[in-house]
Ligand binder design. Structure first.
Ligand SMILES: [Zn+2]
Ligand SMILES: [Zn+2]
Length: 363
């Protein structure tokens, strides 16, 4: 089969590799029909994730069909269409039993496209299939559910839920990339009074308004602290969600939060950030961190099915899976292409092929 293979920092290629096979009785093999590229894939390509070894197939977000299953798999059948989660759950360890799958110590957690081969490929082996994948309701398209693999549950669980967003809150999201926008979208499930989106890119801030932000602040050209204070009766935001992952944005979040408020860090950090306890010690501020668990995926699927959550506006580009290399080029040059999510479309099964399906670049 063909797959997008990481060959060390800065190096990727679309290679012919062996087809995946069942290795454990709890595995399934899935034919990938729709996949996407994540900021974490770019982190790996930059060399920021040393545990990912050259030769690994990247990708941890996809929808596909089960084509083969191990003898111990009991809840899935060949032919089932499944959403593959970025998080794998062994289902047995103490953290999985607490629904904290991201912390799995039984061989799961974030392993796809990280510690084992991922999903930017024609086929993928999926370990712990019974406890890790989600069947897709037949009425939903791949594109409607694809971003429930990662960015939606990440923003919702690690941002909105960890941040304890309540009706009437002012929520500030620092960073309006895909995850920050997903936080803007899912914060609205709690009827926030106002959502303030901050970013350095006016194009992304325009997207944030489309996704439901009431106020946008370009913190490259405006004083974010002054603006947020003006918007909150000089108190600060009830909840501040960090969705960038650099020291300056984390430190900004701790300035924007009101006394008694919450800072929910979602960003992936590569460097230490200052925690200004000399200012924060008396302010009763809660700071949370976390990796997504994906326990909320069934809830998010119901919201999509019920028409309450539309994630398709994240799609800015589409490429055939065979053009994954071009998809990466577009995604990595987001400042010029304004890419948010790039959909990689696998070869449809002949019988399902739409007569004039347009796979063209739509950016
Ligand atoms: Zn991801
Ligand atoms: Zn586990």
């Amino acid at each position: 089969m063909k797959a997008l293979v990481y060959h060390g920092p800065g190096q990727r290629s679309w290679d012919e590799v062996p087809d995946p096979v069942i290795e454990q009785p709890t595995d399934v093999v899935v034919r990938i029909e729709t996949a996407t590229i994540c900021g974490s894939d770019l982190h790996i390509l930059k060399g920021d994730v040393p545990e990912t070894t050259p030769g690994t197939i990247l990708g941890h977000e996809a929808v596909g069909t089960v084509i083969e299953k191990g003898a111990a798999v009991s809840t899935l059948a060949v032919g089932d269409r499944v959403l593959l989660s970025c998080i794998t759950s062994c289902g047995r360890c103490r953290f999985c039993k607490e629904t904290r799958y991201g912390l799995c110590v039984g061989g799961g957690g974030w392993i796809f496209g990280h510690l084992i081969d991922g999903m930017q490929a024609e086929y993928a082996r999926v370990p712990f299939a019974d406890t890790s994948v989600f069947k897709v309701p037949p009425e939903l398209t791949d594109e409607q559910v694809l971003f429930l693999s990662d960015i939606l549950p990440t923003a919702y669980e690690v941002g909105v839920l960890n941040g304890g967003v309540q009706p009437g809150d002012t929520v500030a999201t620092v960073g309006a990339g895909p995850v920050g926008l997903a936080a803007v979208l899912t914060a609205q499930l709690y009827s926030s009074a106002q959502i303030i989106a901050l970013d350095l890119s006016d194009a992304r801030l325009e997207k944030a308004r489309e996704f439901g932000a009431n106020v946008t602040i370009n913190n490259g050209s405006e004083n974010a602290l002054t603006r947020v204070m003006e918007l909150t009766g000089m108190l600060g935001a009830d909840v501040v969600i960090e969705a960038v992952g650099v020291p300056a944005t984390f430190e900004l979040c701790t300035e924007l939060v009101r006394p008694g408020g919450r800072v929910a860090n979602v960003g992936v950090h590569g460097h230490s950030a200052a925690l200004h306890l000399e200012k924060l010690w008396s302010r009763d501020v809660t700071i949370t961190t976390g990796l997504v668990d994906t326990f909320s995926v069934p809830q998010l699927l119901k919201l999509v099915a019920g028409g309450q959550l539309d994630t398709t506006p994240f799609i800015t580009h589409r490429f055939p899976l065979s053009e994954t290399m071009l998809g990466y080029d577009a995604f990595a040059a987001a400042s010029e292409t304004h890419a948010l999510k790039v959909v990689l479309e696998g070869e449809p099964v002949a019988a399902e092929r739409a007569p004039d399906k347009d796979l063209a670049f739509i950016g």
